[in-house]
Design a protein around this ligand. Structure first.
Ligand code: PHE
Length: 339
């Protein structure tokens, strides 16, 4: 029994300092077929049954103790290795999120259309869409602009090759489509792109944007037109801004007017932008001409209506203090980032 104890002690000592690749050898050295503990069993034949039993259970206990020690040492070693491995492979995920993606935003034209449309929507207008390619009928004829009429010269037109189509010079043809496709009451705005064959400078572009407005019903009055457009301009530029309705002429409205606002840059004193007049032209408008109603087979005795056309670029420039229209199209990021 002493021998068992001392062999076990010797084995356990070895286990304490063992490495992963040598520890199984220790188990074999003591518990294998020819192991030091196994060998003791073979010397028991001379003993009595009682003694065999006792020593047998001692040996079994020693086996168990050694097996347990080997297993827990193994676990200890593998845990330590794993811990070291994890320490070396540690990744600092906090740095993975330090890169911020550049954020985009709406172009100033889109934003202005959105802001302008929101006001009309709050007043009960629907928002519709027109088409950029039109025929002579929709862009001119149905709007009471007959062929050879001098009013055509004011809108230099891009004609499409080999067809009778053209690029619309204003959003007003949308009035005709809407009236053809629906019945009064009508209360709608149509934002969109328009084209004119003219040179580009600080206040002109061959491609620009308008918002068309059309209201048709049985008792629509000029007073409503005035009230709606005044409210619109005051919402956009502030309640205190001075504005005026000035008589004008459009073929498709009668009477016609233009709306001017007190120059937002000089406050009315006169500057380069308002060309010394103190006023800025903002939009054209008027009561729908009876000939336009006739063109869409509406009874001009029964219906009245008003229409208006707003230039989006002008509103954007005056609202955001931009004095050259070209910056709206050049897409210089240094400019776009400011808005
Ligand atoms: N279509 C006109 C223009 O482009 C503006 C306008 C629209 C005037 C509706 C009156 C009524 O100049």
């Amino acid at each position: 029994m002493n021998r068992i104890d001392s062999i076990l002690k010797e084995a356990l000592d070895k286990v304490k300092t063992a490495e992963l690749d040598t520890i199984e050898n220790i188990r074999i050295e003591y518990l294998g077929k020819k192991g030091k503990i196994t060998e003791i069993l073979k010397t028991l034949s001379s003993l009595s049954i009682e003694e065999k039993k006792q020593i047998g259970s001692e040996i079994n206990a020693a086996k168990d103790a050694l097996n347990d020690a080997v297993e827990s040492k193994k676990k200890e070693i593998t845990n330590k290795l794993l811990e070291e491995k994890m320490k070396n492979e540690k990744i600092d995920v906090s740095s993975a999120f330090s890169f911020t993606f550049p954020k985009g935003h709406y172009h100033i034209i889109s934003r202005t259309i959105e802001e302008m449309s929101d006001i009309f929507v709050s007043l009960g207008f629907d928002v519709s869409q027109g088409r950029e390619i039109e025929t002579d009928w929709y862009n001119f004829e149905a709007l009471n602009i007959p062929k050879d009429h001098p009013a055509r010269d004011t809108q230099d037109t891009f004609y499409l090759e080999n067809s009778s189509n053209l690029l619309r010079t204003h959003t007003s043809p949308a009035q005709i489509h809407i009236m053809e496709e629906s019945k009064p009451p009508i209360k709608v705005i149509v934002p969109g792109r328009v084209y004119r064959n003219e040179a580009t400078d600080a206040t002109h572009s061959a491609i620009f944007h308008q918002i068309e407005g059309l209201v048709v019903g049985e008792k629509v009055t000029f007073a409503e037109l005035k009230g709606t457009l005044s409210l619109f301009i005051h919402r956009l530029f502030g309640q205190e801004l001075d504005l005026r309705f000035r008589p004008s002429h459009f073929q498709f409205t009668e009477p016609s007017a233009e709306v001017d606002i007190k120059c937002v840059l000089c406050g009315g004193k006169g500057c380069r932008v308002c060309k010394g007049s103190g006023w800025l032209e903002m939009l054209g408008c008027g009561m729908v001409h009876p000939n336009v109603f006739r063109a869409v087979k509406y009874d001009p005795e029964k219906y009245t209506g008003y229409a208006f056309g707003l230039g989006v670029e002008r509103f954007a420039m005056f609202k955001y203090g931009i004095d050259d229209m070209r910056v709206l199209y050049e897409n210089d990021l240094r400019v776009l980032r400011q808005f």
